[in-house]
Design a protein around this ligand. Structure first.
Ligand code: HSE
Length: 444
């Protein structure tokens, strides 16, 4: 049988990796797929550079629509990224009856409902293993490997840039802004790192995992998103003293009221395996009712790790190309007619535990006032630590009164109650600086 023909839109780092790995491992890939897979056409604005990568046997054009219009192309790989032209081209490829493989988490997290509906109507596949955690086959695991389970929750380190920054902050005791500059110098962080450091990239990824885990539509607009830009070295140090590490987690959880969908820095016990995932590596813990906790670890970005996921999708699509569309694995794991309407909960309804740090005046009765407010709000304290403040300052700047840091860990409570308690504590004249609040996940 002649090889299935693939058109590639955008040959950057991942595109080049895909071309190279497909070529290098073609014989084994063919034995697995039951048929050869060949990239026969590439669209890229830089035709000369693209030609240098793929050589003279592959047709290179600067117009993506020429790839989509080519009747010999069965699968289109979209590696352009973003919500703009990539969305138009993906929808046009689907309309032309092509299967689509994409690494575009932003596009699917925001416009997935429209794209999957268009693909289902046309009987084509949209595969996106590379969109979440790069080379880790987490989509396959959630959609197929864990299909027997009622999935309860997922927690993942799904952004390598921020994990690298947090690892450096912890190792070297440095503040966020210093490490960010170093990460940019080393090429770990983009020149514009906003999506990574503000948690948006992780929120795109956890939105996709949530949809697959719980059979709900993709709802990026309902995700709570908080990045790492406000984290201080002091909190990382105090967390460590209490037996925790701070990681940027993407969390989604099934509750009786709906689905939690959130990205924010979280304390996790240092003894958990995922707490020891360092540098730019990614890891995802999935809890299923039958299997318990499972952990997936690996490279979440990079040329060949991401190519590994793109090619896995190419093999899947090749195997299922001639199958009855109704017999294929549904895009979001659940049959389109069997999706759940469980709501994504507002952050105020989320139940979790907390780390609080209060810069307070070091005088009698301050701790009693603070713990009194927490008690009134029905918030149960787990641990309290008092530490001499490293630097003095706070509102007003002057160290006219002795200052100290109060660090409080709480048990689970409703976020809305915690917000109210923080507002009351903040209003105390003896609380001298904005209260630091970091959520805590035991991941037991
Ligand atoms: N920028 C992402 C990261 C990789 O730092 O993990 C692509 O999503």
């Amino acid at each position: 049988m002649k090889p299935i023909q693939v058109g590639l839109l955008g040959i950057g780092v991942v595109g080049a990796g895909t071309f190279n790995v497909l070529k290098r491992n073609q014989e084994e890939i063919q034995r697995r797929a039951g048929r050869g897979i060949a990239i026969t056409m590439v669209a890229d604005l830089d035709v000369a550079r693209a030609t240098e990568i793929v050589g003279p046997d592959v047709k290179v054009v600067n117009d993506a629509r020429a790839v989509i219009a080519n009747p010999d192309i069965d699968i289109v790989i979209e590696l352009i990224g973003g919500y703009g032209i990539a969305k138009t081209l993906v929808l046009e490829a689907i309309a032309a009856g092509k299967h689509v493989v994409t690494a575009n988490k932003a596009l699917l997290a925001v416009h997935g409902t429209e794209i999957f509906a268009a693909a289902s109507a046309k009987g084509v596949m949209v595969a996106f293993e590379a969109a979440v955690a790069g080379g880790i086959p987490i989509i396959k695991a959630l959609r197929e490997g864990l299909t027997a389970n009622r999935i309860q929750w997922i927690a993942g380190i799904i952004n390598g840039t921020t994990n690298f920054i947090l690892s450096e902050m912890r190792d070297k005791g440095l503040d966020f802004s210093v490490v960010l500059k170093e990460a940019q110098r080393l090429g770990y962080a983009e020149a514009d790192p906003t999506f990574d450091i503000e948690g948006v990239d992780a929120a795109h990824k956890v939105t996709l995992m949530s949809a697959i885990a719980f059979g709900i539509p993709v709802q990026f607009d309902k995700a709570y998103v908080e990045g790492i830009t406000k984290l201080g070295a002091a909190d990382i140090k105090y967390a460590e003293q209490l037996g925790y590490r701070i990681k940027l987690l993407g969390i989604t959880k099934r509750t009786a009221k709906g689905v939690e969908l959130r990205v924010h820095p979280s304390l996790i016990p240092s003894k958990r395996l995922i707490a020891n995932v360092e540098g730019a590596m990614n890891a995802v813990v999935v809890n299923g009712d039958a299997v318990g906790n499972t952990l997936y670890y690996g490279k979440g970005a990079g040329s060949e790790p991401t190519a590994s996921a793109v090619i896995a999708d190419l093999v899947d699509v090749t195997r299922l190309h001639t199958a009855d569309a109704a017999q294929r694995v549904p895009h979001l794991a659940f049959q389109p007619g069997s999706m759940s309407d469980a709501p994504v909960l507002p952050m105020g309804d989320v139940v979790t535990s907390y780390y609080l740090r209060l810069r307070v005046a070091d005088q009698a009765g301050v701790l009693a006032k603070v713990t009194g407010i927490l008690a009134e709000a029905n918030i149960n304290i787990d641990a309290v630590l008092q530490r001499e403040a490293d630097e003095v300052g706070g509102e007003g700047g002057a160290a006219t009164v002795p200052q100290t840091d109060l660090i409080i860990l709480t048990h689970d409570c409703v976020e809305a109650n915690m917000n109210a308690a923080i507002a009351q504590m903040q209003a105390l004249p003896t609380v001298l600086a904005p209260i630091v609040r970091i959520r805590k996940e035991e991941l037991a």
